[in-house]
Design a protein around this ligand. Structure first.
Ligand code: UDX
Length: 470
């Protein structure tokens, strides 16, 4: 078994950069290519550009030894055996995936192929992309015997990306060529044979399994569909529990108890049943839309996905209605906002429901003071500070003099705030928690009116209840 393959990774976004440093951590020699020379210079200088656990330390460990950064895709293609394409596949106006970056990379790779290469789709792409990549390379004059195209989708989550990459639930390789499958098996051997996990300095994973991951070999088309179907199914699970949370609110039941009771059924499982303000991020919204579009193009009625999207949009509007129900009118109200990223432990604000809600509050005439432990810079670029939008230096500063405090992102530090101190500094002790981070009884004992998702509202225990329609 060749423990040291030469791998090129094209694209240095979340998936590309994490894959590149993790392949280096697994013992391979890696060239990470990006056409943005400022990005390449920053990475060469040790700046990871994104907030991600373990990334700085791994980059520091392998920079200029096992991993190099460059803009020259031709050189990387010539030097490497496998070329992983991890460039963006943004949502087009029509809702499907824009594959122009993938096509451009495929054509550029083709110009430098002189010996056998395996081209690997790492970006999330619709079914049939594999065939288009193959055609693009052939059209650029490369003999069919000199390359194979395989699909190896990535399932990492932002915030735990490095640990997820090194401790995957499964590794999916979609390949119609034995030669290409063998190379991919070699590349992942340090994980599948368990050798990596025996290292004393191995990065720890987030799941309880101690078994090495299974490498599942499928056809290329199946692998492409596995990625879209997995993300769409997880989004469906979230929309399902959000719809159930609305029902719980109407029936005065508790969604946490319902989710626990459902999740204990091993066929359902407890994960991705946390209700909230809707899913966001760079994957779920885009992938659900792209999968729906793929189905439409193939004449398949997959309206279920439109309902998933509809519930997700409604969930933000319902949250705004909850704020209104607690504060009566919104114009000129001063709102503290905790969390701007699309979820905790990331600085990513792409498709963040928190950002959408801040915009909705501003449109209603509120003044907002917002804080996020990591996403401040990105949030300020997207929504510049103004006379009605301020950015605070801490959660407590955001809460000062507020008519209500909204929790929009599940950062661990927002789950352990000093409620007594908060109560003292706020104008009215009202928390509207979009992530269910507190026990409603505890919040009430600290004098708060506390509204959350799918659970009965609670009111200050020693005071008369604040009137609310929730
Ligand atoms: C997701 C997939 O999990 C990952 O496998 C894929 O490779 C990329 O997309 P990511 O977008 O990083 O990863 O975040 P994830 O942790 O899955 O959360 C996505 C969104 O769903 C967030 O907005 C999160 O707050 C929300 N979510 C998640 C819920 O509202 N409830 C849950 O129970 C879980």
């Amino acid at each position: 078994m060749d423990q040291n393959s030469k791998i090129a990774v094209v694209g240095s976004g979340y998936v590309g950069l994490v894959a590149a440093v993790c392949f280096a951590e697994m013992g391979h020699t890696v060239i990470c290519v990006d056409n943005d020379d400022r990005k390449v210079a920053a990475l060469q200088g040790g700046d990871t550009l994104i907030h991600e656990n373990h990334l700085p330390e791994l980059l520091e460990r392998y920079r200029n030894t096992k991993i190099r950064f460059m803009t020259d895709l031709g050189e990387a293609t010539r030097e490497c055996d496998a070329i992983f394409i991890a460039v963006g596949t943004p949502q087009s106006e029509a809702g499907d995936a824009d594959l122009s970056y993938v096509e451009a990379v495929a054509c550029e790779i083709a110009r430098s192929i002189t010996s056998y290469k395996v081209i690997v789709e790492k970006s999330t792409v619709p079914v049939y992309t594999n065939e288009w990549v193959r055609r693009a390379i052939e059209r650029n004059g490369v003999d069919r015997t000199l390359f194979d195209v395989v699909s190896n989708p990535e399932f990492l989550r932002e915030g735990t990306a490095v640990a997820d990459f090194l401790h995957p639930d499964r590794i999916v390789v979609g390949s119609d060529s034995e030669r290409a499958s063998a190379l991919l098996k070699d590349i992942y051997a340090p994980l599948t044979d368990g050798e990596y996990y025996k290292r004393p300095d191995a990065i720890e994973g987030h799941c309880s399994s101690t078994e090495p991951p299974l490498l599942l070999l499928t056809s290329t088309k199946s692998a492409e569909i596995i990625k879209h179907a997995s993300n769409a199914f997880l989004a469906l699970k979230i929309s399902f529990i959000n719809a159930v949370s609305n029902l719980c609110e109407a029936a005065d039941a508790n969604v946490e108890q319902v989710a626990l009771g459902m999740g204990l059924d091993s066929r359902i499982g407890p994960k991705f049943l946390r209700p909230g303000i809707g899913y966001g991020g760079s994957c779920f919204p885009k992938d659900v839309a792209a999968f729906r579009s793929v189905a439409e193009q193939m004449g398949i009625d997959f309206n279920l996905l439109s309902e998933v999207e509809k519930i997700n949009v409604q969930q933000k509007k319902r949250f705004l209605a909850k704020v209104r129900s607690a504060l009566w009118t919104l114009r000129t109200k001063r709102i503290g906002v905790l969390g701007l990223a699309f979820k905790g432990e990331t600085d990513d604000i792409r498709e963040s429901p928190a950002i959408d809600l801040v915009e909705m509050l501003l449109a209603e005439g509120c003044s907002v003071t917002a804080f996020d432990p990591a996403a401040m810079k990105r949030a300020q670029e997207a929504l510049p500070a103004s006379d009605r939008l301020r950015y605070a230096g801490s959660a407590y500063e955001a809460a000062e003099d507020a008519d209500a405090l909204l929790i929009l992102t599940d950062w661990p530090e927002f789950a352990s705030l000093d409620l007594e101190q908060l109560n003292k500094i706020m104008r009215y002790p009202i928390i509207i928690d979009g992530r269910n981070l507190y026990d409603p009884n505890v919040a009430a004992q600290h004098g708060f009116t506390y509204l959350s998702i799918g659970r009965p509202a609670s009111y200050p225990v020693k005071q008369a209840s604040v009137s609310s329609t929730v």
